[in-house]
Ligand binder design. Structure first.
Ligand SMILES: *Cc1c(COP(=O)(O)O)cnc(C)c1O
Length: 454
């Protein structure tokens, strides 16, 4: 039960705030098995969130996969305070500023300058829409307007605005709005390695899924604009993981059929899967594959401010250059390229460089794997899996309230963990230390047993 200081905020929030991804009635229904307690947070400190009564929770899911270097990080705070006194915002149409130029250059450098043109927005769903519009408009500018079909993978999640829902394949988010989605993408088989037949490796599953893509493109490549994928980990589908072989083959097939490859690295970018970008784990002739368009958000500002970007290749950018305004990419958002958000992103990249984060994370990922490894012997645990700083497993239970029971039990054990359906996952900020990893594992074990018994 929440204590006095929290209760007031709970009641006021339930009355005045319409929370995302939530049946609001479940916040109030304390006696129902569907009850989802609302967690009032007074402040954050490193990997910790602290409520109004001083109770501390480890942020085991990086506040919806956004936070990289902890809450109230002193280095990011200092950069933002300086930026606040210099330039808080200016429109990006017709104006430019230092943080947006530097960020664009540094992001381009991180793609070996293959994606040298940065188009900004404020959230992931908008980045998806921008990438889809850019791809379609590219083909139109090239005199091929019939290339208008998009492809996505089963279980894909690319955001929830009406346009992004066209390439999202998660029923609970999509079905109610299906009549509004005018141009639904074709859904291809997922390379999910849990689909392996006996004797099949994860690469075999990837090749089987890629054969489905090849078939489709053989017949429909002429009217296809782009394939959009979440490289290596399909987050919202329940941390579905797959072999880099799929990306390698998808890159080749897209080239062969003149179809853009859009990598949605909104969740998996910025080191989450072990490499700076997840797609770098797929290589052709010893060189990482590169998408034609890449969407970034979430970790880009280390969980500080809303920011997203679509990086595009020279070829795509060049297709919009013309005297005609109609051939330009006219998309815009009021806060496009906000200087504070860009400055948070620059401070984030500074930390990656100064602390050699990818190397340090390799050791942390190993620690997380070792700490969770005993779960394979748990009778209800299936498919324990990990890719870099994301670990997950499925729980064999028919209980429709499993995820809520687990969530509530984890909070009691001082951890913020929100299973997706029956999939429990850990996706902590990169600053977690060994003791915090151990504490998260203890919370997972206790919550699992309590949620199953309850
Ligand atoms: C979160 C997410 C999005 C949507 O981002 P929002 O900022 O929530 O709109 C899109 N794609 C992927 C892979 C995501 O994880």
């Amino acid at each position: 039960m929440p204590h006095a200081a929290n209760l007031d905020w709970l009641a006021r929030s339930q009355a005045a705030v319409w929370h995302p991804c939530t049946q609001m009635q479940h916040h109030a229904a304390t006696a129902s098995p569907a009850h989802l307690p609302l967690l009032p947070i007074a402040r954050g400190e490193g990997a910790w969130l602290v409520d109004f009564d001083g109770k501390r929770y480890l942020d085991g899911i990086s506040s919806w996969w956004t936070n990289l270097f902890g809450h109230a990080n002193p280095r990011i705070n200092a950069a933002l305070k300086e930026q606040l006194d210099t330039l808080e915002h200016v429109m990006l149409a017709g104006c430019t500023h230092q943080p947006v130029v530097e960020l664009s250059e540094r992001l381009s450098a991180l793609t070996a300058n293959t994606l040298g043109h940065a188009f900004y927005a404020s959230d992931g769903a908008s980045a998806t829409e921008i990438a889809l519009k850019m791809s379609f408009h590219y083909w139109r500018n090239h005199g091929r307007p019939e290339k208008s079909q998009f492809l996505c993978l089963a279980g894909s999640y690319h955001g929830e605005t009406v346009g992004a829902l066209a390439v999202t394949d998660v029923a609970i988010f999509k079905d109610a709005y299906a009549p509004l989605v005018r141009h639904a993408a074709h859904v291809l088989p997922s390379p999910d390695f849990r689909l392996a037949e006996p004797g099949e490796t994860s690469a075999d599953v990837a090749r089987r899924a890629a054969a489905g893509l090849a078939d489709w493109l053989e017949k429909n490549g002429q009217r296809t604009a782009a394939l959009i994928v979440e490289p290596l980990v399909q987050g919202a589908a329940g941390m579905v993981m797959y072999d880099p072989e799929y990306l390698r083959l998808a890159r080749q097939l897209c080239d062969q059929h003149e179809v853009h490859l859009i990598c949605d690295e909104i969740a998996v970018g910025f080191g989450r899967t072990g490499t700076f970008f997840a797609h770098e784990q797929a290589a052709i002739d010893g060189k990482p594959i590169r998408p034609d368009l890449m969407c970034l958000s979430k970790g880009i500002s280390a969980g500080y401010l809303p920011l997203s970007v679509v990086l595009s290749s020279d070829a795509i950018y060049a297709a919009f250059l013309d005297d005609s305004v109609a051939r330009a990419f006219l998309h815009s958002h009021s806060y496009t390229g906000n200087p504070l958000a860009c400055r948070a992103a620059l401070a984030t990249l500074d930390i990656f460089a100064a602390d050699d984060v990818l190397t340090v994370n390799r050791e942390k990922a190993r620690k997380i794997g070792d700490t969770l490894a005993p779960l394979v012997d748990h009778p209800q645990v299936r498919h324990l899996r990990q890719r870099g700083m994301i670990a997950a497993f499925d729980v064999a239970t028919d209980d429709p309230y499993f995820s809520r029971k687990f969530y509530r039990a984890a909070l009691d054990h001082g951890a913020l963990l929100r299973p997706i359906g029956n999939t429990v996952y850990l996706m902590p900020p990169y600053i977690v230390d060994d003791a915090q990893i151990a504490q998260l594992a203890t919370a997972i074990n206790s919550a699992l047993n309590r949620a199953i018994d309850a």
